[in-house]
Design a protein around this ligand. Structure first.
Ligand SMILES: [Zn+2]
Length: 192
């Protein structure tokens, strides 16, 4: 008998890049530098998207939103989450709960916790009380500590939608390019 819920884990990392706004958790955070990416490089939303796709057995963001597709150029983190919400819905699931953990040396993110929580929950059609956003600094260690990048981890729980299991069976479509995208030797890779 299948479990009445699904759990997924997600991760993402984006390098800093001058001249771009810093977008995290569906909002803009004031900072001299943003993150590099084909999209708006919202590493928090991307980690969460990976967790949601994983919970639904639908692969990862790279498979659904290839950085080679102009359609996704500049797409916002909230936009990605809305698309992911539709993908997991077609598979018969709805987001029930999530926790996102950002690891950044700078800027200080705690003042933006509630705004991020609300923005990501809203993009997924969830009550913010079912969402959590947490932060840690890497204590100056490694690439994250040198402020070369920001990383995010996420866990998401899905519950069956009202149509389950009929829609889940109807929606058992393999994610496009299930092997994930190849960086093809490009340096540095452009993350979605
Ligand atoms: Zn990303």
């Amino acid at each position: 008998m299948p479990l009445p819920f699904r759990i997924g884990f997600g991760w993402d990392l984006h390098r800093f890049e001058a001249g771009r706004p810093l977008r995290l958790g569906g909002i803009e955070v004031p900072h001299p530098r943003g993150l590099s990416g084909h999209s708006d490089a919202d590493v928090a939303c991307h980690a969460l998207g990976n967790a949601l796709l994983g919970a639904a057995g639908q692969g990862d963001l790279g498979a659904h939103f290839p950085d080679s597709d102009p359609k996704w150029k500049g797409v916002t983190g909230a936009g990605i989450l809305s698309e992911v919400r539709a993908i997991v819905a077609r598979a018969g699931w709805i987001p029930s709960q999530f926790s996102v953990f950002l690891i950044a040396q700078a800027p200080r993110l705690a003042p933006h916790r509630e705004a991020m929580r609300r923005a990501m929950a809203e993009a997924l059609g969830m009550d913010p009380s079912c969402a959590n956003v947490a932060f840690a600094t890497p204590e100056g260690v490694g690439a994250l500590g040198r402020q070369e990048a920001i990383a995010a981890h996420a866990v998401a729980v899905l519950e069956p939608s009202a149509q389950w299991p009929a829609s889940r069976e109807a929606g058992s479509v393999e994610p496009g390019g299930s092997g994930g995208r190849s960086h093809g030797g490009r340096e540095p890779p452009r993350s979605i």
